[in-house]
Design a protein around this ligand. Structure first.
Ligand SMILES: Cc1ncc(COP(=O)(O)O)c(C=O)c1O
Length: 425
């Protein structure tokens, strides 16, 4: 007889144990109050300081504060000269805007399947997707694990492609000792509340390239060429958006960035501890951290080992029942993407701008198909994962991790005791 909480047993993780994200203290209060009372809530000193501090922290030449990670991605594409009808490669499993940002400038996303172990773009499948129309690759350091950037940059050089790093989930993650955001021609970080560095909403564009940054900055502020704090001529030199952010948010981001060394160390320690504790748990596939990659454990993925579990079970039904069982134990899990990107309506219906644009640009959709069956690995992952996003972060420590590990092990070890019918009743 199982003692799973979903079957009436005792819940594993005590109520109220897990502290919410992000921690807010006097550092945040001081800086935000300073911005509030400064009588300069836009284009002020906190924006400037944040950009300098983030650039220094990440080891990047330029940083531009934006109102979202998606805005920073769009800036990266435009900075790299991507335009109407160009093809841009992106992974078939990621956040939607890793690929929809490509359409913001009338370019066409072309998907590449993922690698099951890393859950990142399969670097060995990139070359087969390149055509004469391909202009760039968006690589996503998903869940905080860096893509193998040696391989990506070698392919990019060989085919003369630009690389935009979607580092929205990967603050502080490294590949061979270098922080993400420093390999490609441009990169984007998100500062929304789910992220390891949060200012509620927001984003940061980074680049080590002066020309890429200048073009990206034009897009950021109405197509102008002068920084908003400089004497402006209010002239649109190119098509621009309004992607700037305000002083209060910049001040909050600065305060959070000051605490990032603590956040990162906590995540690393908690991630390692959970990883160790889950070693050998049946029916579970743990995430990987290949040699040379330093994970930030933004999102610790628990995957059902369908081969061990055996046939005759619908993976999605079982996943949802396991998810409900983990919730019943008090394990703070979530399910994020329920679809791989090529399955999403915007791609299936090609309905971005009406009139079939951008695909109806002459010659643009040549060879572009969004057939979900072409991405079996992305689909396999998407149907078998359960996510854990915030609980491993500061101020939570080993006590929380131990409870979580116990709850996860209890559910996965007793998977046969889960009755999907009962789990949803
Ligand atoms: C991988 C990835 N890319 C892009 C984004 C977009 O960031 P934002 O929500 O700040 O626009 C997110 C976050 O939502 C993300 O997780």
């Amino acid at each position: 007889m199982s003692n799973l909480a979903i079957n009436g047993g005792e819940k594993t993780v005590p109520e109220g144990l897990i502290k919410p994200w992000p921690p807010v203290d006097e550092t945040d209060e001081e800086l935000v109050m300073d911005a509030l009372h400064s009588n300069k809530q836009a284009r002020g000193p906190h924006n400037k300081a944040l950009e300098e501090e983030f650039a220094e922290w990440n080891g990047s030449k330029h940083a531009v504060f934006t109102n979202s990670g998606t805005a920073a991605l769009h800036m990266g594409l435009v900075g790299c000269g991507v335009g109407a009808g160009d093809h841009v490669l992106a992974p078939a499993y990621t956040w939607s805007s890793s690929a929809t940002c490509i359409m913001h400038h009338n370019a066409i996303p072309v998907f590449v399947d993922i690698d099951f172990d890393t859950i990142n773009i399969d670097v060995d499948k990139i070359e087969a997707a390149i055509t004469p129309r391909t202009k760039a690759i968006v690589v996503v350091h998903l869940h905080g694990l860096a893509v193998n950037m040696d391989k990506v940059m070698a392919i990019a050089e060989k085919h003369d492609l630009k690389v935009i790093e979607d580092a929205c989930q990967a603050h502080g993650a490294t590949f061979k000792g270098t922080k993400v955001g420093n390999f490609g021609h441009a990169a984007a970080f998100s500062l929304n509340q789910n992220k390891c560095l949060s200012s509620g909403e927001g984003g940061i564009f980074v680049s080590n390239d002066d020309e890429v940054t200048a073009k990206a900055k034009q897009l950021w502020s109405f197509g102008e060429t002068r920084a908003p704090e400089e004497s402006r001529d209010y002239h649109a030199y190119a098509l621009g958006w309004m992607y700037r952010n305000n002083e209060l948010t910049a001040a909050f981001a600065r305060a959070q960035l000051k605490k990032y060394p603590w956040y990162f160390e906590t995540l690393r320690n908690n991630g390692h501890l959970l990883h160790e504790k889950l070693e050998g748990v049946s029916n579970l596939i743990r995430p990987t951290e290949p040699e040379g990659h330093e994970h930030n454990w933004y999102n610790y993925n628990l995957r059902l080992d369908m081969e061990q579990i055996g046939g005759g079970v619908d993976p999605l039904t079982l996943r949802d029942a396991v998810f409900a069982s983990l919730k019943a134990e008090g394990v703070p899990v979530s399910v994020w993407q329920k679809f791989i990107l090529p399955e999403m309506t915007v791609f299936q219906a090609k309905n971005a701008y009406g009139g079939g644009f951008p695909w109806s640009i002459p010659g643009a959709d040549e060879g572009v198909e969004y057939n979900p069956d072409d991405y079996p690995v992305a689909k396999k992952h998407c149907n078998s994962y359960i996510a854990m996003v915030q609980a491993l972060r500061a101020p939570n420590g080993p006590e929380v991790v131990n409870y979580i590990a116990d709850g996860v092990a209890k559910v996965f070890e007793n998977i046969d005791d889960i009755d999907p019918e009962k789990a949803f009743s």
